[in-house]
Design a protein. Structure first.
Lengths: 115, 106
């Protein structure tokens, strides 16, 4: 079946602009995660959605970052007033459930470049 | 949070060689995944292995949860095995190590 999809695959934006990144999880997966992969920081957790529960936003690096998940499926990560340090690959993952026993599957990522 | 160390950081091997990648973690975990990140950046699931041993073709993995480490074995390496291998134990959140960059030379 279809895996996790993300769009766009690449995004170049000017410093100060807002960007939106989209994630479509695997159908039927109730849990959705956002991660960021950058040269200096490796792969780091950003935010986690599970069903109708309040999201775990503990990994968001600043209040310029926000995310929402509509209808328990598609998610959008928004970065306001982008800075050069936001340049990274943003990865989305989904799993069948939210507990630790569930395997996470990753999308191909969105490469964000802030100029 | 959990500290994750992977070794070696870099490994260059001739095609056909075998290798062992190690992942040490600092606390008890509920889950552990191994991933291969290919040259295009895609993270490919290799194993979900909170404990015990699993095999999938030329790859196998062992996690000894009580001693807080996991091993990934790659036998008869092929050039398509090149890339970065990450282990990611999970207590509450998946925590990634810094990876082992594997280069297989034809």
């Amino acid at each position: 079946g279809a895996g996790v999809s993300q769009s766009p695959s690449n995004k170049v934006t000017e410093k100060g602009k807002d960007v939106e990144l989209r994630c479509d999880p695997i159908s039927g997966h109730t849990a959705l995660y956002w991660y960021r992969q950058s040269l200096g920081q490796g792969l780091e957790f950003l935010i986690y959605f599970q069903g109708n529960s309040a999201p775990d936003k503990s990994g968001l690096p600043s209040d310029r970052f926000s995310a929402e998940r509509t209808g328990g499926s598609v998610s959008t990560l928004t970065i306001q007033r982008t800075q050069q340090e936001d340049s990274a690959v943003y990865l989305c993952a989904s799993s069948l459930g939210g507990g630790a026993i569930y395997e996470q599957y990753f999308g191909p990522g969105t490469r964000l470049t802030v100029t | 949070g959990i500290q994750v160390e992977q070794s070696p950081p870099d490994l260059i091997l001739q095609e056909g060689a075998n290798s062992t990648l190690r992942c040490n973690f600092s606390d008890s975990v509920n889950n552990l995944q191994w991933f291969h990140q290919n040259p295009w950046g895609q993270l490919i699931n290799l194993f979900y292995i909170p404990s015990g041993t699993k095999q999938n073709g030329r790859l196998s993995a062992t996690t000894v949860a009580t001693e807080r480490y996991s091993l990934l074995y790659i036998s008869s390496s092929q050039t398509t095995d090149s890339g970065v291998y990450f282990c990611a134990p999970r207590r509450e959140k998946l925590t990634f190590g810094t990876g082992t960059r594997l280069t297989i030379i034809p």
